[in-house]
Design a binder for this molecule. Structure first.
Ligand SMILES: [Zn+2]
Length: 82
């Protein structure tokens, strides 16, 4: 996702730590942070965006969903009806 255009309404982005692969979310304007898990400094310019969210609650739901998906239990936790 390349972001020169302003992302309407989005406040948070979901990222994955390049070192320990932990999913977490940060505010879009943040330039760096420490990973919640491995405590290494992440330069957010160079970390790929996994997803975007409008609120902190939405961001944490997305992180939880992605973690469940990776654990292979998303189908059990989230029953999606098309
Ligand atoms: Zn990490």
């Amino acid at each position: 996702m390349s972001g020169t255009k302003r992302l309407e309404g989005y406040v948070y982005k979901i990222i994955r730590c390049p070192y320990c692969k932990t999913l977490q979310y940060v505010r879009l304007e943040q330039k760096s942070r420490r990973c919640v898990k491995c405590d290494r400094r992440l330069n957010l310019k160079h970390v790929a965006t996994v997803a975007l969210a409008r609120t902190g609650e939405e961001a944490s739901l997305i992180v939880r969903y992605l973690k469940a998906k990776e654990a292979g239990i998303a189908d059990k936790l989230y029953k999606l009806k098309e």
